[in-house]
Structure formats: structure tokens, C-alpha cells
Design a protein around this ligand. Sequence first.
Ligand code: SF4
Length: 392
Amino acid sequence: MKPLGLYIHIPFCKRKCNYCDFLSWGNTKKEDHTAYVEALLAELQYYADQDMLLDSVYIGGGTPSLLERDLILRIMEGVTGSFALSEDAEITIEANPGLLDLDKLMAYRRAGINRLSLGAQSLNDEILHFMGRIHKSNTFIDNFYLARDCGFENISADLIFAVPGQTVELWIDSLEKAISLGAEHISFYSLQIEEGTPFYGLWEKGAMKAVDDETDRRMYHEALKRLKNKGYVHYEISNAAMPGFESRHNLKYWSMEEYLGVGLGSHYYINGTRFSNETNLEKYLRISKGVKEGREVCNDPLSYLAPWVVWHHKNTEVDEISEFLFTGLRKIEGISLSAFEERFGKPVTAVYENAIGKHSRTGLLELNMKEDRLRLTAKGLDLFNQVLVDFV
Ligand code: SF4
């Protein structure tokens, strides 16, 4: 059976955070959630194909934990009714502190969800308030322990640094509190001020200053140092985990393995082709209804050109190679030279002779034939974008 990852998008949040440009909305009602899950189930059913073996499922958003407990159970029934699941499949749900309770967590466990990605973002109440988060740091801590009591043995704490107004000391304090809880996985992303967000408006008017690059890098390196000291393995630019707890689903993205995406605005990669789903909620719901009622023209599900798809692109060999490089170099172990050659029939050093030569000289890349690796150096991790332009 063909192994596959599955991403499921839930586009609802309690309210929109001040920095967020993800495809999600706040202030939604139970009826909206129910209608959306019905549509999702139609999409899952469309792909029903027992020749696919899901080894990772990721329910992300938005805020999946906002959904009523029974709706998550129905989604999981839709997944298991449409696909075979490997026995040790990693099944993650993203959850926001303040939107979890014993009842939900126990139901997740019963449904087979075995990994929780908890959006802590910060453990400082002022920073959380400034970011427009709905929770306080204690809520995160309480939810973390509640999840443990419910049997979650794989919890990721998601943190953000370089928030305007955040000092290096405040960042370290948040990180250390998350580490001290014993989270198996910690992600740590630098805040980007995205167009169209309230933060962007403040920044544009000069009412808010972005954290300068030097402070941003100090925060990043402080995180790396502390995580490594506590036994975490830094395995991707912005992710660290206790050995064996690396995110299997996200590693698929960084290793160019195949995954299917369902739900509003989902992206996926199968058979060397990139697909994107409809981003307009009304249209998405209408298409699902049409599929259920037999009014939509449906291609062979195995072509993955489903009625929800609004864009697709069959990668050329050049696309495949450059994507393999720029996703693979995000991993700290980099790419395997032999895996590259096996996949593309030529050595990476022949395709990117100039770029590899240039960045080996600048000290941003390391080519290690003995270890079968091409990877970023510590300096290269800070200047990833400079390396990237030569591989795209
Ligand atoms: S909870 Fe997450 S997805 Fe929702 S608005 Fe906040 S950052 Fe965006």
C-alpha cells in the first residue's frame, strides 16, 4: 500500500489574532462548523481508497479544538471510513489553550488522536494579550497537564519569538517554562508581520516597531542553546524534539513525500503534482453539496483532480529538484546525496555545482561526501534565504 500523509484544514477560530494571516475566521457558530464538517466528510469520502495507507494525519487550522467534540469524532470516522490507517500512524490535532476540556481530550484519545500541538505562543500574559490571543499562560499550563492526564504522551508546544515589545529575557522565560513542562516537541517561529493583519497596520503607521534582526537572531540562538542543553534534537530550522518525537507529518513536507490535503484552501502534493483547494467558503460548501448530490463532474479520484481543486501544477524536473533542495535544506541533517541521485538520476553536485561551490566558500553550506550529506551550516541556518535564491 502507498503511504500517505493527510492534512485536514479547519478554518475557524474563536477570534482572529493580531498577527495572523492564515485562512481562518473568528466569531463562527455551531451551524457553520456542522455545515463545514459535512462538506469535509464529502471530500474525504470522494477519495475513499483503501490502497492508500495513512501514516500521518494532521488536523490543523485555524483552531480545530474550537469544534464541538462530536464534530472531531465525525471527522475521525470519516478518515477511518475512507482510508486505511497504519497501526502506528501519527495523528495530530492542533489545539488552542482555553478551548480544551476533559471531555474533548478524552474523546480525541478514544478516536485515536495521539499527538497534540498546543498553541502556547508565549507564556507571558502581556505578550499574549498584545498578540490578541484568547488565553493566558496559566491556561496553557493547565491544558498541558490535563492533556497529560488524558494520556497524551506526545505534546508539542508551539512558541513565537521576536514579538514587538518582547525582550530576549522575556523570550527565554517563555521558552524555559515550556521546556520545564516536559513537552516532547517545541516549535519556535520568528514572528513575521504579514500584510493585512492588525500588526501590519500598526507597523505601517509607525505605531509598532519590528524586532531588529540582531535581536531576532539572539533569541533564536538562545533557544537552540537551551533546547540542546535539555536533550532536544534540533531537527528543522524552527523545530526541536526529544529523540523519536520529530513530527512525522511535517517531515513529509520537508522530505517531499506525498500527502493529501482536504478542506478549505488545503494544498497537497501527489504524483509529482501540487494541488490547491478552493479558498472561498461558500463555494467550497456548494461544491461538496454538489458532489454529494451527484451534480459535480468528478474525475477519477486517483487523478486527485477533485472538484474542490482550483489550481494544480505538474512539476517539471527542474521544479522537483529545486523543491527537493529548498524543503530538504530546512532539515538540520540536510539532504542525502545518494537519495538525491536515486530520485533524480544525477548527483546534486552536477546540478548545482556553482551554487554549492559558492556557498561552501561563504561557509553557509557543508558538502560532506563521507556522511552522504549536503546541509546548511550554523551560519547558513541564519542566512537560509541567501542560500535559497541560488537553488530556486
Ligand atoms: S488561533 Fe491560530 S489560526 Fe486562529 S487566528 Fe490565532 S494564529 Fe490564526
